[in-house]
Write a protein that binds this ligand. Structure first.
Ligand code: GUN
Ligand code: FE
Length: 426
């Protein structure tokens, strides 16, 4: 029997669809060689005798996916929220990211970040580093050691940065990116490189051309930002007068989804109908980042519309636009923001439900990583054990109510076990 075959016993919850939550109490959740074998009321004959961790009284949910965050911004999370995006980048984000030219600083800061990510309910994440190749590799070494499954990207930016934070030229950016990709090759099992043009204002056409060639040569996925802030969108119009909309400025370089280019676009707060149609056509994943969109006063994305259109979507903490690393917090923020949007902006899009937020945090975002985010048979076994010991209640609660309270009220103390692809992290 291999180490990755075992059972967990407890109350198992996962999303079957965006609207339907599966719940089974006193259930056996079986991991067979790293993959879920399903959820059973009685341990099947075939699995009699496998090790069983009994966490009766606890909830067991799929690991959460954070589809968008900036590791080097972790130091200043929870501060500097008095500005909108473009001023915020120049005032807070760029000066902090410039520090990562120093590998010693990078190691100290990234060690704190990766420890906290390991302790959280997140099992999968897609992460921006900085433009520095060496610091990005340090981040990847630390991520690898956590056991989490992640994508990490060396950022590309050859224009509109700061004197301390900008690459010399498109050619220099491409050269450093190719070196970074080559250095990563074959080195990691858990962390993978992802091409990361910061956003259109940071990347010249010449650089986008270079990245397009690298994407094809190495068949890498892509992550970037799209239609987050009105000032940003107006700027992209000036920079790319020929693009009919922001997304086209990526698409004309082949860096906007499609079969051979899995892509995550963060935010999508102010997309036009044409842009939404292209997101859908290309199967681009949207990373919805409600806390960041509130902190930076960017707006509220029309999430229900994206769900209804069947656009793949997950949640992002967007550290440090978002202040909290918790994807539970992203879930509650998504629900709350959708209620304000419905009340104040557009009563045709009903608020999100807890089921929908849970879906986005698990199966929705997890799908970027393959068969991830569910306990249906064949899914990679990512599980989080939640103990609500410190949330006493004078009345009996249903399992769904317990889950809802944990989403709204839990912190890391409530996370008492975590597995990624069948490996126990704690
Ligand atoms: N757009 C370009 N860079 C950034 C960033 O660091 N954070 C956010 N929220 N948006 C961006
Ligand atoms: Fe971001």
């Amino acid at each position: 029997m291999n180490k990755k075959t075992f059972a967990l016993k407890g109350t198992v919850c996962y999303s079957e669809t965006p609207n339907r939550l599966f719940v089974m109490e006193d259930a056996y959740l079986v991991c067979d060689n790293g993959l879920s074998a399903g959820v059973f009321p009685v341990l099947p004959e075939k699995y009699q005798g496998i090790p069983c961790r009994d966490v009766s009284g606890c909830l067991i949910i799929p690991g959460l996916t954070d589809l968008h965050l900036h590791a080097p911004q972790y130091r200043f999370r929870g501060t500097g929220m008095d500005l909108e995006l473009l001023d915020w980048l120049n005032t807070y984000a760029f000066p902090e990211e410039a520090r990562y030219s120093d590998p010693e600083y990078a190691f100290r800061a990234y060690s704190i970040f990766t420890e906290d990510l390991k302790r959280s309910a997140t099992t999968r994440a897609s992460i921006f580093a900085t433009l520095h190749g060496q610091a990005t590799e340090l981040l990847m070494d630390l991520l690898e050691a956590t056991g989490l499954k992640t994508f990490a990207g060396k950022v590309n930016m050859d224009r509109n940065g700061s004197p301390d934070l900008q690459e010399e030229s498109a050619a220099a950016s491409a050269r450093d990116t190719a070196r970074w990709i080559e250095n990563c090759a074959g080195k990691y099992r858990n962390v993978k490189p992802i091409l990361t043009p910061r956003f259109i204002p940071s990347c010249s056409d010449a650089l986008m051309d270079e990245l397009s060639a690298l994407q094809k040569a190495y068949r890498l996925p892509v992550q970037s930002h799209l239609s987050e802030n009105l000032g940003e969108i107006a700027w992209v119009k000036e920079l790319c007068p020929d693009a009919r909309f922001y997304g086209e400025a990526y698409d004309r370089f082949g860096l906007f989804g499609g079969k051979d280019c899995p892509t995550i676009m963060a935010h999508c707060v102010h997309c036009t109908d044409e842009e939404i149609a292209l997101l859908k056509e290309r199967g681009v994943f949207i990373a919805h980042c409600p806390q960041s969109n509130t902190n930076l006063a960017s707006g509220i994305a029309p999430v229900r519309r994206y769900l209804a259109e069947g656009i793949p979507m997950g949640l992002g903490s967007d550290i440090a636009g978002g202040s909290s690393l918790s994807v539970f917090r992203a879930m509650t923020d998504a629900v709350q923001a959708s209620k304000l949007r419905w009340r104040l902006l557009d009563d045709t899009l009903a608020p999100l439900t807890l089921e929908e937020a849970f879906y986005m945090a698990t199966l929705g975002g997890g799908s970027f990583f393959g068969k991830v985010g569910s306990f249906e048979e064949g899914y990679e076994f990512d599980a989080v054990i939640l103990d609500d010991f410190n949330l006493p209640c004078p009345l009996p609660l249903t399992s769904k109510e317990r889950l809802e309270r944990l989403v709204y009220l839990s912190d890391d103390r409530n996370i008492t076990g975590k597995y990624v692809f069948g490996n126990m992290l704690f």
